[in-house]
Design a protein around this ligand. Sequence first.
Ligand code: GLY
Ligand code: MN
Ligand code: MN
Length: 437
Amino acid sequence: MRKPLEKPEIFLQRREKLKNLIPGGSVLVVFASPESYRNGSVMHNYRADSNMYYLTGFEEPESIFVFRPGLKPESILFTRKKDASREIWDGFRFGPEAAKAEYKVDQTFPVEEFESKMIDLLKGSERIYYRQYKNPAADLQIKKVLQEFKFSQGRSGLGILPIYDADELIGELRLFKTDNDIKNHRHACEISAEAHIELMKYVRPGMSERELHGYFIYQVMKKGAAREGYGGIFASGPDACILHYVFNDKTVKAGDLFLVDAAGEFQYFTSDITRTYPVNGRYTKPQSEVYSAVLRTQKSIVEMIRPGLPFAELQKASIELLTHEMLELGLLTGRKEDLIETKEFRKYYPHGVSHFLGMDVHDSGIYQSRKDEPRNIEAGMVFTVEPGLYIPAHDSSDYAGIGVRIEDDILVTKTGSDILTVKCPKEIPEVEALIGR
Ligand code: GLY
Ligand code: MN
Ligand code: MN
């Protein structure tokens, strides 16, 4: 029998915390990821939905978790039934009985009973928390359940229960990492940093981006990652300027810069690291000028991080600093204030400097209120710092075709910050000393 990946207490503690956030009279429903890994009879690896894993630790497809704070039963898991013939194809499945014992939920049922059981489980509730539009089949089931529930109440005059977004609610919890989360997150960051170092040592002109991608995955999985945390970007030459370059299929050439945005996932926490370095081990003068500009900016932003600072200040500072650097490099001319006001800086710096990081690479959590009130940085948050400069191949400057991003993952502490990816070198002499060694 398989065992849960982590101790049930971790998930019980998270559900206890959720109780303090969720208004009374609410029922939360979380579905497993749709089985999009089945494409005809071809399978891709399955990964549990982050919210499902976060609250239950249960990793099987087709499961549904229902949470009713303060009621009995409070935690209910619907799972696939045991099925010897299916298990020959898909491997072990817990089934409701073993799932109840191993995952410490109050009640389990076969997933086929979801719709009928929900009529009882919704009694007395005033709203449900559920994330719509992730899984069309689940959306239909929820609609049906809500309609059946209304019918079950007879002519009450009461409307269909309102649906609130579960991601917003759980996102607030996921934003603040516990000691156990940090332990896992730090490990994901450390093995990802080590895999970047191994790749720097391995790269040689003439290799393909695809081989280098494969080598990174090999290194990070050898160190215990379950999978890549997101589709890695292995972009050489001018493709480093393509923010979400996906082909990873060219040959890397001497003289090219190589932008690697890649990381592994450990116990469902991912890292997110970018390093940019010359394939043949020496930055050219224009490459080192752009690289140094981005590195100065990146380090200045990391130094700003402390609890109490509005999160949006990081973006503002990155624009100020990089616009200054663009003027110094001669990429832009004019007054800095005007270039910021007119957003001309976006020609070379078109993206955000940071995003929350956790179980998803662009993790859940609210960046600003609906009234646009800024959110302050707080201890326990983890986010990236990833400024970049991208000078398209058709640019008229000496920097044409150079794309540089430097990205680290930061844990906010009570007094400042802790760079979880600190093991990954980014100073020019350190990086040059590693390449091709
Ligand atoms: N790797 C995705 C990102 O940096 O946002
Ligand atoms: Mn990122
Ligand atoms: Mn990244």
